[in-house]
Design a protein around this ligand. Structure first.
Ligand SMILES: Cc1cc2nc3c(=O)[nH]c(=O)nc-3n(C[C@H](O)[C@H](O)[C@H](O)COP(=O)(O)OP(=O)(O)OC[C@H]3O[C@@H](n4cnc5c(N)ncnc54)[C@H](O)[C@@H]3O)c2cc1C
Length: 353
């Protein structure tokens, strides 16, 4: 069997890569072992243009927001589903310096930050909060699990998915093609999230393993038109009264598994914030494929021109994956340049070791 590409991984990176390659009528096989504790399956799916204690605009937010809205809607149309919704964030600062930062940004006319569109008195009947409330707009939520499952089914229909572990020991890399278990392909692309840090081709890249945990809880009667943010705790509506509540950012941990400590702390925080009853339905945990410089890895290995990567999306996979998947495909097919801040060739020296 001969195809144009082999893709390792069908998280959000592999999904977007597959979508753009299909649009260009390219043939490929995706290897994905359907690991439910992947970062994409654990993610809240939030696209938020504002970040940090200084309340700054995220990298490329002005370009990314209209882009993701258009592209996720197009992908949803292709899959016959709605996979993106606009839901603004109501932010409840937990300290005076954070409140002050929001006030300053409003004074500076930051277009993403406004006073809340819900009366504070209404919010006081639902939440305990010591300071003011602000609204971040526009923000989007991606239905990650539903989207991944739907694209997986699409790949299956096209006989383009192998639900098994890709074993690098069996990969043969030639100068202008690769072979794997009887499949010949022009190129192979590593979109396997943090697992790529174990690959002999990519192990020298400055990956950072960042563990994130979240709870899924049932809360009755909470207005699902908004996302609610209290410090590190963000409440994102799922469906059927379920809410995603997360997440942690852990750099030191023993395993990727969920911990009782996170669960206990999150339940306690939620009890202090929420004036409603809730019950825990699920506990998610995964490793984010983060990078030292907080910028993605896209492109081909400087020494092995048939071995590529789309990875390192950190905590922003929902917005960065479609952008860089499209750019990577245009780079491969039309020779258009990759953003130098994402182009993996910036690590040519360490990759040569
Ligand atoms: C708790 C948490 C909350 C988050 N919230 C958000 C959020 O709200 N918004 C946002 O933008 N980002 C969020 N993120 C970050 C986001 O999840 C990641 O940036 C993104 O999902 C990374 O996608 P990926 O496709 O690179 O990797 P992954 O999602 O890890 O996907 C990799 C896939 O490859 C498969 N795979 C790997 N190796 C192999 C192999 N050898 N053989 C077969 N299959 C293989 C895995 O099974 C998996 O399906 C969150 C992350 C976590 C953990």
């Amino acid at each position: 069997m001969t195809v144009d590409y082999i893709i390792i991984g069908q998280g959000i990176c592999g999904t977007w890569l597959g979508y753009y390659l299909l649009k260009e009528n390219k043939s490929f096989i995706v290897y994905d072992n359907n690991y439910l504790q992947s970062a994409s399956n654990a993610a809240g799916g939030l696209i938020n243009p504002v970040t940090g204690r200084r309340v700054v605009t995220t990298w490329m937010a002005e370009e990314l927001l209209p882009f993701v809205w258009k592209e996720y809607n197009a992908l949803g149309d292709a899959l016959n589903m709605q996979c993106i919704n606009q839901k603004n964030i109501l932010v409840f600062p937990s300290a005076t310096d954070l409140q002050q930062a929001f006030i300053e940004r409003i004074k500076q006319q930051n277009s993403f930050i406004q006073p809340p569109s819900v009366a504070r008195e209404t919010l006081h009947t639902i939440f305990n909060f010591p300071f003011d409330v602000f609204e971040i707009s526009p923000c989007y939520v991606i239905k990650m699990q539903a989207l991944l499952q739907s694209f997986r089914a699409h790949l299956k229909e096209k006989n383009a998915l192998k639900e098994e572990v890709f074993n690098e020991d069996e990969l043969i890399v030639n100068k202008d093609c690769i072979e794997y278990k009887g499949i010949k392909a022009g190129k192979i692309i590593y979109a396997g999230g943090i697992n790529a840090a174990q690959s002999s081709y990519w192990k020298n890249l400055p990956f950072v393993q960042n563990k994130g945990q979240a709870l899924v809880v049932y809360i009755e009667g909470l207005d699902t038109s908004y996302i609610y943010k209290f410090g590190h705790l963000t409440l994102i509506p799922l469906k059927d009264n379920k809410w995603w509540v997360g997440s942690s950012n852990e750099l030191e941990f023993a395993t990727a598994a969920p911990t009782d400590d996170f669960k206990t702390r999150t339940i306690a925080s939620l009890k202090s914030i929420l004036k409603k009853d809730f019950t825990v339905a699920d506990h998610l945990s995964a490793l984010r494929p983060a990078t030292v410089e907080r910028r993605p890895f896209a492109g081909f290995h400087p020494q092995y021109k048939s071995v590529g990567i789309l990875n390192g999306m950190g905590s922003k996979g929902c917005s960065l994956a479609p952008w860089f998947a499209k750019q990577f495909v245009q780079n491969m097919l039309l020779d258009e340049p990759l953003d130098p801040l994402a182009d993996v060739s910036r690590f040519a020296k360490v990759l040569a070791r």
